[in-house]
Design a protein around this ligand. Structure first.
Ligand SMILES: Nc1ncnc2c1ncn2[C@@H]1O[C@H](COP(=O)(O)OP(=O)(O)OP(=O)(O)O)[C@@H](O)[C@H]1O
Ligand SMILES: [Mg+2]
Length: 361
C-alpha cells in the first residue's frame, strides 16, 4: 500500500521523551529560580559591596548554568529516548517481519515471541494462533480439491475405457455399453451435485425461515420408506415439534442424508432406523440412530471428512461418493448447530444434530 512518508514511531517516542524531560527540567529550573530570588540568597547579597542590581546579578549567575542543564537534559532525553523506544518496539519488528514472511506464502512461519505476558506478547500469540488456523484451513482446502479432482476423474476415466473397448471391438453389445455408461454418468452427476450443494451450504447465502424439524424429518422418512423396505430396514419416526430457523431445503437435505446413510450402512437383514426430534431449553435436537456394524470411535471421528467412506466392504451399487456426512456437517455449521457422531455399543451409529431453537419458541 502506498502511504505518505511520516515519522517513525521510534522517532516520535524519542521526541516525546526528550520533550517531556526538557519541559520538566525547565519547570524545575524556573521554580528554583523564583524560589532563590525570593529567598534570603538575594538578601545576603544585598548587603554586599557591589552596587549592581541584585536581580541582574542573580540572572547572570543562574541562567548560564540553567541553560547548560537544559542542553544536557535535551541530549540525555534524545539519546535515552532513542535507546528505550528501540527496546520497547523490538517485538513489533519481529511481528512485522513475520507478517511479511507469511505474505510471501510461508504459512508455517510463527513469531513465538519470548518473554512474559504483555500487550505485544498477546498480539504475537493471537497472530500465531490465526496462522495455525489459516494453515490448517488451507491444507484442508488443498486436500479437498485434490480429492474432488480424483473422484471426478474416476467416472471420466471409466467412460473412456468403456468407449475405447467398444471401439476396438465392432461386435460389442451396445445395449450393455449404454447401460454402463449411464451408470457411470449418473455417478459423475451425483458427485458434481453433491459438490455444488456443499459449496452452497458453505456460503451461508440462504434465507432463513421458520422450520419445524419434526415435519422435515417426516418428509425425509416418507421419501426414503421404499429404500428402507428394499433393504429390509424398519424405519420409525417419533418426537415433538422442534421449531428452528434455517433453510427448509438444506435441512431436508441434511435429514435425508442422515436417514439414507442409516438405511444403506445398516445390517444386511432386519435392521432398524429411529429418527427422533426433541426440544431442549435453547435448542432443538434431531437424533438418527441405526443398527449396523460395530464402529470404533477413531473411525467415527473421520467419517465427516469429505470423501471418507467408513467400511471397505460396501457393495458397488450402494457405494456413495463419500460426501453425505460432509454435507450434513457443513449444513449444521451454517445453521450454527453442532453435529455429534457416537458409535453404538451393539453396532451402528447414533447421530445428533443440535440447532438453535427458533426465537420465541
Ligand atoms: N448411519 C451410519 N451407520 C453406519 N455407518 C455410517 C452411517 N453413516 C455413515 N456411515 C459411514 O460413514 C461413511 C461416510 O458417509 P457419507 O454419507 O459421508 O458417505 P457415503 O454414504 O459413503 O456416500 P454419499 O456421499 O453417497 O452419502 C460411509 O461410507 C459409512 O461407512
Ligand atoms: Mg451417505
Amino acid at each position: 500500500m502506498d502511504r505518505r512518508p511520516g515519522l517513525s514511531i521510534r522517532l516520535k517516542l524519542t521526541l516525546s521523551y526528550a520533550g517531556f524531560l526538557t519541559l520538566a527540567g525547565a519547570l524545575l529550573l524556573v521554580a528554583m529560580g523564583v524560589f532563590l530570588l525570593r529567598s534570603g540568597w538575594l538578601r545576603t547579597n544585598e548587603s554586599g559591596a557591589v552596587r549592581e542590581n541584585p536581580v541582574i546579578q542573580f540572572v547572570r549567575a543562574f541562567v548560564p548554568t540553567a541553560a547548560a542543564v537544559m542542553v544536557f537534559l535535551l541530549v540525555f532525553g534524545l539519546v535515552g529516548g532513542w535507546f528505550l523506544a528501540g527496546r520497547m518496539l523490538a517485538p513489533l519488528d519481529r511481528i512485522t517481519h513475520a507478517t511479511r514472511t507469511v505474505a510471501d506464502g510461508s504459512l508455517s512461519h510463527r513469531i513465538r515471541l519470548p518473554g512474559r505476558e504483555d500487550e505485544f506478547r498477546e498480539l504475537a500469540d493471537a497472530f500465531d494462533m490465526m496462522l495455525a488456523q489459516l494453515e490448517a484451513h488451507v491444507a484442508e482446502q488443498r486436500r479437498f480439491a485434490a480429492n474432488a479432482s480424483h473422484e471426478l476423474r474416476t467416472p471420466l476415466a471409466i467412460s473412456k475405457t468403456l468407449i475405447d473397448v467398444a471401439r476396438a471391438d465392432p461386435n460389442h453389445d451396445t445395449g450393455e455399453l449404454v447401460d454402463r455408461l449411464h451408470t457411470v454418468n449418473t455417478r459423475a452427476i451425483d458427485l458434481t451435485e453433491a459438490l455444488l450443494l456443499l459449496s452452497r451450504a458453505n456460503q451461508r447465502s440462504f434465507t432463513r425461515e421458520h422450520v419445524d424439524l419434526s415435519l422435515v424429518a417426516e418428509e425425509a422418512a416418507e421419501t426414503l420408506h421404499p429404500l428402507a423396505d428394499k433393504h429390509g430396514v424398519t424405519l420409525e419416526t417419533s418426537g415433538d415439534i422442534a421449531p428452528t430457523t434455517g433453510s427448509p431445503a438444506l435441512l431436508l437435505q441434511l435429514i435425508t442424508n442422515l436417514v439414507h446413510n442409516a438405511i444403506v450402512h445398516n445390517v444386511p437383514r432386519e435392521g432398524t432406523v429411529r429418527v427422533h426430534t426433541g426440544v431442549r431449553p435453547r435448542t432443538v435436537v434431531l437424533t438418527v440412530e441405526n443398527t449396523g456394524e460395530r464402529l470404533t470411535p477413531q473411525l467415527v471421528a473421520t467419517l465427516t471428512e469429505p470423501f471418507q467412506r467408513g467400511t471397505e466392504r460396501t457393495h458397488a451399487d450402494q457405494a456413495g461418493v463419500g460426501l453425505g456426512l460432509a454435507i450434513v456437517k457443513t449444513i449444521t455449521e451454517a445453521h450454527d448447530g453442532t453435529l455429534t457422531l457416537t458409535p453404538r455399543r451393539a453396532g451402528g451409529l447414533r447421530i445428533t444434530v443440535e440447532l438453535p431453537a427458533a426465537s420465541g419458541a
